[in-house]
Design a protein around this ligand. Structure first.
Ligand SMILES: [Ca+2]
Ligand SMILES: [Ca+2]
Ligand SMILES: [Ca+2]
Ligand SMILES: [Ca+2]
Length: 262
């Protein structure tokens, strides 16, 4: 019996490891239908919902190409033009108007909206709201109304959120989340609650309660004191009704701070 259990355990743990050991990768860049120099943003997503992942390039950080994958795993390129004269630092891709084709938002100051309705068919416009120093961007249905919304990290101030309306247009909402950090009051003299230092973001249901939450990783150029809240990571927890509260300090996501209790 013990032998059978041991054998069973070996099958469970050894076979997958043996399979993993057989994985090998080869450079297939020659299969790409377009060569681009993507300095910051690049993406892989099924842009047209045909079940095949596609490659999204941002050539020279300004010019969008989508390489749609064919059933034989070759690619065909569609040119979506230059979205901005300035290098884009962040972007996010999702189907904002639920027409079966994923759309792209990108930015470095003004946020661009590339609304794609078919392969090679698109309109380019600007989103409303304040210009920011864009870092990472993310998309998720923040209010659970069936339409994906848009978020952008701001390096130098409060972040931007756009809630997508029934027309599929993201509309700036200054009040959807409160970016202030009350715990800044316990920080060092000179610490600022200018809500800056937002670099990376991800939406995920981290507590598995059925709603999405938002994590923002922080750093701030020139701010070296770990007690300065501009360096504290943030975790906005969704109460299930679209109300997000920052629990980053309570969950000790930032760097160690003397005297902090939980
Ligand atoms: Ca596809
Ligand atoms: Ca779309
Ligand atoms: Ca929504
Ligand atoms: Ca959750």
């Amino acid at each position: 019996m013990l032998k059978n259990i041991t054998l069973g355990a070996c099958l469970l743990f050894c076979v997958p490891m043996a399979s993993m050991a057989q994985l090998a990768f080869t450079n297939a860049s020659a299969n790409l239908s377009n060569t681009a120099s993507s300095g910051a943003c690049v993406g892989v997503a099924d842009m047209d919902g045909d079940g095949l992942d596609d490659i999204i390039q941002l050539d020279m950080s300004t010019h969008v190409y989508v390489l749609y994958q064919n059933p034989d795993h070759s690619f065909v390129t569609f040119d979506y033009g230059q979205v901005d004269n300035s290098n884009q630092w962040g972007w996010a891709i999702a189907d904002l108007n639920n027409d079966g084709h994923k759309d792209i938002c990108s930015g470095v100051s003004t946020t661009r909206f590339l609304n794609i309705s078919a392969r090679g068919v698109y309109t380019l416009s600007n989103l409303d709201g304040p210009t920011i120093f864009t870092q990472c961007m993310s998309m998720a249905d923040m209010d659970n109304d069936g339409r994906v919304d848009v978020y952008a990290c701001n390096d130098v101030g409060p972040n931007n959120i756009w809630m997508t309306n029934t027309n599929g247009t993201p509309v700036y909402d200054a009040n959807f989340m409160d970016w202030s950090t009350p715990a800044c009051a316990s920080g060092p003299t000179g610490a600022s609650d200018d809500m800056s230092g937002n670099y990376g973001s991800v939406f995920s249901d981290f507590d598995s309660d059925g709603d999405i939450d938002l994590h923002i990783s922080h750093c701030r150029q020139g701010v070296n004191d770990p007690n300065d809240c501009r360096r504290w990571d943030r975790l906005f927890v969704n109460d299930g009704n679209g109300n997000y509260t920052d629990h980053g300090v309570r969950l000790r996501l930032g760097e160690p701070r003397a005297g902090m209790d939980n």
